[in-house]
Structures are given as structure tokens and as C-alpha cells.
Design a protein around this ligand. Sequence first.
Ligand code: BMA
Length: 327
Amino acid sequence: MNSTLVNATPLPNIPWEERPETSDRVVWRYSQNPVIPRDLLPNSNSIFNSAVVPFEDAFAGVFRCDDRSRHMDLYRGFSEDGIDWELDPEPLEWIAQDPEVKGVYGYDPRVLWLEDRYYVTWCNGYNGWPTIGVGYTEDFETFHQLENAFLPYNRNGILFPRKIKGKYAMLSRPSDRGHTPFGDIFYSESPDLEHWGVHRYVMGPDLNWCYTKVGGGAVPIETSEGWLLIYHGVLQSCNGFVYSMGSALLDLEEPWKVAYRARPYLLSPKTMYECVGDVPNVVFPCAALVDGETGRMAIYYGAADTVTALAFAYVDEVVDFTKETAV
Ligand code: BMA
């Protein structure tokens, strides 16, 4: 029985596979990875860095697909079990309250249930510059786009699943136009999901496995020990960037205050599908399903910028690990 989760609903059909006996890690990979192959769609080059949520007794998601002209866009998908996915071959059509905010590309979506609808945040190519797009859907049929949250350049916009002190809350990672050799996570709040301010510093790239840049990963998970943040961090080797997955616990009421941050990574590129692909050595988490009954957690992550993979954990074990190995 789970002990630390707060406000979590049961999700008995969460995809799940027990930790293999050969593993002593708090996060372990699904044995049948990847769950989404690069060529699932007729025109896809790669499908990765994607986000899923429980939807009508099953699952829905927003997926990053780069097509064979290497155009990056968002696609919707549905699954009965969270493992076998059917994706709509047409990219999302955003209905924008102001068409000027529509991006010329979109990538790295996050999705969550917040109050009364599903919100999507993503890297929106506003005028060709990366910034945080915000939109919502009630049914995964019609998608409405709101104002961009921030000025370019920014990526990895992650909404919190409830208001904090009466305000909507978002993590983001200011960046540059290119592949951003720097990056710290910031916190911002908004009364209306349109005007964002009160920006606060959360954390930076200061561990060995992520001394180049960090960015939020999955939507924060509320626990009695703080918001559990699964994030990505990057080191620069002589052969390029290496993207790994880490964990931190943020203060519940002032989430820019880091209560604990695990010194080791949770998962780092190791398998063939993480080490070989369009961009080698990338593990990039974008979503985590949680079962409020058992504390089981299913983490969806992009692997090598090519496919989508799944890893499992128990929330309590990740919380303990984060505290026990804290910096
Ligand atoms: C980042 C983003 C991610 C990508 C990662 C590794 O800058 O573009 O979408 O997974 O690089 O290439």
C-alpha cells in the first residue's frame, strides 16, 4: 500500500511489469521496449518525447512525431492498455484564440488533467523561435490554443496539476535558439494561464551527470514529502550530449525550494534503443502515470530522439531514494 501519494486517484489499469529479479534499481525498463516504434505512422521518421494521461477508462496522449521531411509536430493517440498505441496520422489542428500564436513547429508535449480539462504544454515554434505553447482539450478531438506562456526562448514547460496558493504554476527552462548549452529550471505563476510572472529559480545543472543543463520532465507528482519531479539532465562528453533522468522533491507550497535532490541519476542511456538512434544517448522523460492505490508509476520517455519507451517504479521508492541520496 502506498503511503506518500497525495490527491492521487486509483489507476488499476496502469501499464505494469514487476522489477526483474536481476535489478536492484528504483526505476526499471519495460522488457518489451520500445512501446512506440519510429515508423508507427506511415510518414514518421521518429516518435519520441511524448506524453500520456488516463482517458475514459483507457489512455490518450499527445505525441511528438518528426515526419520524413523532418517537420516536428504534435499528434494525438489512444491506447487501451498504455502499451499498444494507435496514433492519428494527421497532426493536431489547434484552434487558436489568436492565430498569431500558432507555431511553425511543435515538439516535446506534456499533458495533464487540471481542474476540468486536459491541458497540453509544448515547445511551440512561435515565429520559428522555441517558446512554451499552452492549450487544452476536453475530448482529444478539439484542441484549443491559448497564449504562449513566455517570451522565446524557452522549453520544457510543465504545469502543476493543481493551483498553488491560488495560482496556476509552471516550471520552464529558458534557453536559446539552438541546442542550448545551458539551462536551469524556473518556476512561474499565473492567475489565468495567460499572464505569467513571479519567476523563481528552482535548480540548475550542478550534478556530475547533468552539469550542462536540466529541464523538467513529467508533471510533478504530489506526495507528503513534496512535489516529486522527474526531470532530465545533460552532461557534455567528448562525443556530445548525454541525457539522463533524475528526481527531486520540491516544497509543496513554495515549489521553487528544492527539499531533496538525488545525487545519482534514476536512468541513463544504456540499452541499444537509448544509445543508438537519430540522437544517441538520450533518455527524455515527458510523462508519468501513477496508480493512487499501489503507488505504481509508469514513466514514458523518449529514447535516442527516435522511439518512445516505458519504465516502471514505485513512487515511495523514488521518494525514499531521492531523500536517501540527496545532495
Ligand atoms: C533537446 C530537445 C529535445 C531532444 C534533446 C536531445 O534540445 O530538442 O527534443 O530530445 O535535445 O536531442
